[in-house]
Design a protein around this ligand. Structure first.
Ligand code: EPU
Length: 337
């Protein structure tokens, strides 16, 4: 393993922020990870594990060691009549796994096509899109406990998944995810309830449903709504959709009859943050090098050479206007480092 000094992280985060890491190292196996964690010379340095860098905003240089997870591999480890179980290394790209499933008509993650980022980042925030979340297919997570160097398996329940949340997010830094095992369906049942998917399938003229058809529909929708990180730096939704009680919602609905919300499992309401932000006139706005995407107000954009601080300041101004107009707290979804 080569430990590098003063490395630009620009190519390692989809926002394209040019922050530097004091130390940078890539690890390709559990043994290498253990080696670096126990190295006497670097033991006391703060450490930060980076996956695909698609959900992160670097606001300053990182005064410690960035560890890039490059544990690879993707294999079917078990199967029965109806299911296959796939184990993937945390350093693999999420969409590569989706494509593997599409090619084999294994159902379960097609609605999460084209989510940028690595496999290992998936469980941390329980990635989700178009009515499906990782927790719906996840069987186990393999992770290394940083303090002891021990490998531990987490069952789905032990991951404590919530909306864009998990034990790995709540106990930040305690575990480093090394692999995931997910279960896919050989006789897929499709979840096309999320409005736009059905419309898109119709537009595509799909007559026979397949994992590929749904995946293609999701890819088209994402491409039309979300900016391509290789063209303009972004990290997908910058904020979470806020959850409020039914009582709070009823009051807001009286003031704003067109407010968009979804029922949650526990009787609360989840507001569409994109709508709230759009109502505050932020959609398509640009301040210096930072801006709000024209097709989806939940996405912030780096127009070129924005600093992390510039993006952060824009996000704070948005949070303030949503608070002023609706009395609603917008929490960031992206990790601010
Ligand atoms: N909306 C607006 N204005 C906007 C954006 C959205 O009025 O500028 C409205 C839409 O018309 C729609 C509703 O808000 O009625 C929801 O919008 P959308 O379907 O685009 O989804 P979202 O709630 O904004 C969430 C996820 C996305 C995921 C989509 C689709 C979060 C924080 N974001 O966005 O995930 O792709 O649903 O399932 O939950 C991500 O996490 O990075 C991400 C992109």
């Amino acid at each position: 393993m080569e430990i590098r000094r003063n490395v630009s992280l620009k190519a390692f985060n989809t926002f394209g922020i040019d922050a530097k890491a004091n130390y940078f190292v890539a690890f390709g196996s559990i043994d290498e990870l253990r080696e670096i964690l126990t190295d006497e010379e670097y033991k006391t340095l703060p450490k930060f594990v980076l996956g695909g860098g698609s959900n992160i905003l670097f606001c300053k240089d990182y005064e410690g060691m960035v560890l890039k997870n490059e544990i690879m591999g993707m294999e079917v480890i078990a199967e029965d009549e109806n299911h296959v179980y796939i184990k993937s290394g945390a350093g693999e790209e999420w969409h590569k796994l989706v494509l593997f499933c599409v090619d084999n008509n294994y159902g379960g993650i097609e609605n999460m096509s084209l989510i940028p980022g690595s496999i290992g980042a998936g469980p941390i925030q329980n990635i989700g899109a178009y009515g499906t979340e990782l927790k719906d297919v996840l069987v186990e997570v393999e992770a290394l406990e940083t303090e002891t160097g021990k490998l531990r398996m987490f069952s789905n329940e032990e991951c404590k998944f919530g909306y864009r949340s998990s034990i790995f997010k709540m106990e930040k830094g305690k575990y480093i995810i090394t692999a995931t095992i997910i279960r896919l369906n050989k006789r897929p049942e499709f979840n096309t309830k999320y409005g736009a998917i059905e419309e898109e399938l119709k537009r595509m003229g799909v007559s026979e449903m397949s994992v590929k058809a749904v995946s293609d529909a999701v890819i088209h929708i994402r491409q039309s709504k979300l900016p391509d990180p290789s063209e303009s730096g972004n990290a997908g939704s910058f904020f979470k959709n806020p959850e409020i009680t039914k009582e709070q919602f009823d009051k807001l609905k009286e003031l704003f009859p067109h407010i968009i919300a979804f029922d949650t499992n526990d009787g609360n309401k989840k507001l569409a943050a994109g709508w709230l932000i759009e109502q505050c006139d932020w959609k398509g706005k640009r301040i210096g090098n930072a801006g709000v995407y024209k097709n989806q107000a939940l996405v912030l954009i780096n127009y070129g050479n924005a600093s992390g601080e510039e993006i952060l300041n824009l996000s704070k101004a948005i949070q303030q206007s949503v608070m002023d107009k609706f009395g609603v707290v917008l929490e960031t979804e992206v990790n601010i480092v």
